[in-house]
Ligand binder design. Structure first.
Ligand code: ME8
Length: 672
């Protein structure tokens, strides 16, 4: 068999049953495969990313019957749910396989014939306990006092002829293969579980058919028309059959359509055995090479509970994407939980991630940078003279974290699917970027050292550019938007164009990952839409505390459509004392890059602490006339007393903008 050359990358998801609609578990595996596909495409590899649907077998037949549809008719309807969800979630699969595809059915029949001819299959009489309503066999051990362990109804012993794949003879070879190839099953803990199972249990042979008298919805066995294949035998073969007819330029002479074996099969932990044991031994019997890796990810619970229809807590990925944005949802799934471990989904956790990581860290860095670039340089980014990497520890940190030529650990995480660590690296740069602004105080440099300001701005631009290209696999839309706002043209095209000609041989990465990459055209940043507006989190009402008091009848009237509970009376407003204050002096509160301590004359001298330090330099505030709430109870902020609060609006990027009177008014003047 001609094999896939190393610059090709082949990745699969499980094929999903069409008995039900897609949920978060399906979305999870598929987004993971999308992330890896996009990363590998950026690296210049040819990628074949396969997903699809599992349409045969009892589950689908039963679901179709309940809906009064034919199994194929049911599958044709249900498959749309998956296809449209993948579109919505920005999934870049290269093909979509359906096990009812004629070409797939033919491949399955060809393979079962091959195994039969090779003597890898035997016909045997099988005796087992059968639950007629559930239509499934149970072993002696599983039966509970003569009843079905699932539905509790009586089981009967029946004898049935079937075909068996002689799986047991591959037990030792399989153990050897797993031991010799440390990355074959990942994560490590799952590999150890499979090895433990194989070492302490005798592997049986696998029943791979069902008599048509019991199930007719399957692939017919070519050498015995009374039987169809067991659904898993048919399903697992999708990974191979797709390489016969769905790969690019399949079947064309000279196309070199060799795509086997897969680099990764991504699966949920519940279907690891079928892949690690059934599929591996089937490939051994066929004499086909084994895949590079089978990765079993963990299980999502919802608000601490198992996800189930009866609990009504099944998470619909399409709804989440509509509500919070596709990229925020994609980001959350891979940042929140280590890929491979179980995780808990909650909308509160998702909102927290959006507000802290996406709005505060990433969104803030980008919008502050863009605002400053426009303010100080009319949006132009110039490359400062001198070696910015050598000169600047911040630049050096970014380079070390991200650039393979300098340090390959970041990229080693890609081979091991450590998505949350990769995101952590990217966030280190983003946070360092925000701190760099606070330390360098560009607003001061604008007055004192324009050259240094250019270096700072260039470095932040570069850090944002590197973050965008690294974030692209996770959040493709966001990354492209960042790219454009940074004054660049196309993240994907420019990354590919920057590939070294020798990348196949040397395993090099695109030059775009390097600190001194420049596009060769004038860069002019352009402030676009805010990427991640903060989400207002609803406070949970505490009984007896946060509950609103019932409204008096008069308050219900004349509110012009506003919710009357939100309105205050003129008397309420009169309780707030607002005055014009003049800033006499200002300094940063030690240990905080946000807080500034102001001495303000509001007709009397008072100290006010304000969280405006990221947008204003203390010296810029001196002499300003501001609006102060003067009858606020004193409070301590980082140990410093504040008597009053200055008023500020919040701009698009979440930055405070101080309110000032339209013309000079004397300090101490009241505001009404
Ligand atoms: O098993 N959290 O299909 P399927 C994470 N057709 N993943 C979950 C999950 C959860 N709560 N619930 C389900 C099949 N999954 C077969 C596959 S492959 C040749 C045939 C994952 O639609 C589950 O682990 O029941 C599995 O990987 C995937 O959803 C498909 O489930």
């Amino acid at each position: 068999m001609d094999l896939k050359p190393p610059h090709r990358f082949y990745i699969t998801t499980p094929i999903y049953y069409v008995n039900d609609v897609p949920h978060i578990g399906h979305a999870y595996t598929t987004i993971a495969a999308d992330i890896l596909s996009r990363f590998n495409r950026l690296r210049g590899r040819e990628v074949f990313f396969l997903t699809g649907t599992d349409e045969h077998g009892q589950k689908v037949e039963k679901a179709a019957r309940e809906k009064g549809r034919s199994p194929k008719g049911h599958a044709d309807i249900m498959v749309e749910n998956f296809m449209s969800l993948w579109k919505k979630l920005n999934i870049s699969n290269d093909a979509f396989i359906r096990t009812t595809d004629t070409e797939h059915v033919k491949t399955v029949q060809g393979i079962i014939q091959l195994l039969w001819d090779k003597g890898e299959i035997e016909k045997r009489t099988y005796t087992g306990w059968y639950c007629t309503p559930d239509e499934r066999f149970w072993t002696e051990k599983e039966v509970v006092q003569g009843s079905c362990p699932e539905c509790g109804r009586l089981v009967e012993q029946i004898e049935e002829e079937n075909y068996f794949f002689l799986m047991s003879k591959y037990q030792e070879r399989l153990v050897q293969h797993i031991q010799d190839n440390s990355g074959y099953i990942l994560p490590e803990t799952r590999k150890n579980e499979v090895l433990g199972f194989l070492r302490s249990n005798e592997l049986g042979d696998l029943c791979i058919t069902r008599p048509k008298t019991r199930l007719s919805w399957g692939v017919e066995i070519p050498f015995d028309r009374d039987f169809v294949t067991y659904v898993w035998f048919d399903a697992l073969l999708n990974y191979f059959s797709a390489t016969r007819y769905l790969v690019p330029a399949a079947g064309q002479a000279g196309s070199g359509d060799f795509w086997w074996p897969a680099d990764h099969h991504l699966v949920g932990k519940d279907i690891l055995t079928t892949h690690a044991v059934y599929w591996s031994t089937m490939l051994m019997a066929l004499g086909f090479p084994l895949p590079g890796n089978i990765f079993a990810h963990g299980w999502w619970t919802v608000d601490g509970k198992k996800m189930s229809k009866s609990l009504g807590n099944v998470v619909n990925p399409g709804d989440m994407a509509d509500k919070y944005g596709v990229d925020a949802f994609r980001y959350f799934l891979f940042r929140e939980v280590t890929f491979g471990l179980d995780g808990d989904f909650s909308e509160t956790a998702l909102m927290n991630r959006v507000n802290t990581d996406l709005a505060n860290d990433l969104g803030n860095l980008l919008s502050r940078f863009l605002a400053m670039a426009e303010r100080y340089f009319g949006g132009e980014i110039e490359v400062p003279s001198g070696n910015t990497t050598e000169l600047n520890p911040f630049a050096r940190d970014c380079v070390h974290a991200m650039i393979p030529a300098v340090d390959d650990t970041h990229y080693a995480h890609w081979s091991n699917l450590r998505f949350n660590i990769i995101l952590d690296h990217i966030w280190n740069i983003i946070r360092t970027g925000n701190n760099h602004i606070a330390q360098k105080e560009p607003w001061k440099l604008a007055r004192t050292d324009i050259n240094e300001l250019k270096v700072v701005m260039f470095n932040i631009w570069n850090a944002l550019r590197l973050s965008a290209v690294s974030l692209y696999p996770f959040m493709p839309d966001t990354a492209e938007k960042m790219w454009k706002q940074l004054g660049l043209r196309s993240l994907v095209d420019e990354t590919k164009q920057s590939l070294p000609a020798t990348s196949w041989d040397t395993n090099e990465y695109p030059k775009i990952y390097e600190w001194d990459w420049m596009p060769g055209y004038e860069i002019r940043v352009s402030k676009g839409e805010q990427l991640f507006p903060r989400i207002e989190m609803k406070k949970k009402a505490q009984p007896g505390k946060d509950e609103k008091p019932p409204l008096a009848p008069s308050e219900k009237e004349g509110t012009g459509g506003f919710e009357s509970g939100n309105l205050i009376t003129i008397n309420d407003f009169a309780k707030i004392q607002l005055k014009i204050g003049k800033v006499l002096s200002a300094e940063r509160v030690q240990g905080s890059n946000k807080l500034i301590k102001l001495q303000v004359d509001t007709g009397e001298n008072r100290q006010v602490v304000a969280g405006i330090g990221k947008s204003y330099a203390p010296e810029d505030l001196i002499g300003k006339r501001i609006v102060v709430v003067t009858n606020l109870q004193p409070a301590k902020l980082m140990g410093v007393e504040s008597r009053g609060m200055l008023l500020a609006a919040t701009d698009d990027s979440g930055e405070p903008v101080i309110l000032v009177p339209e013309r000079d008014v004397k300090e101490g003047a009241g505001i009404r």
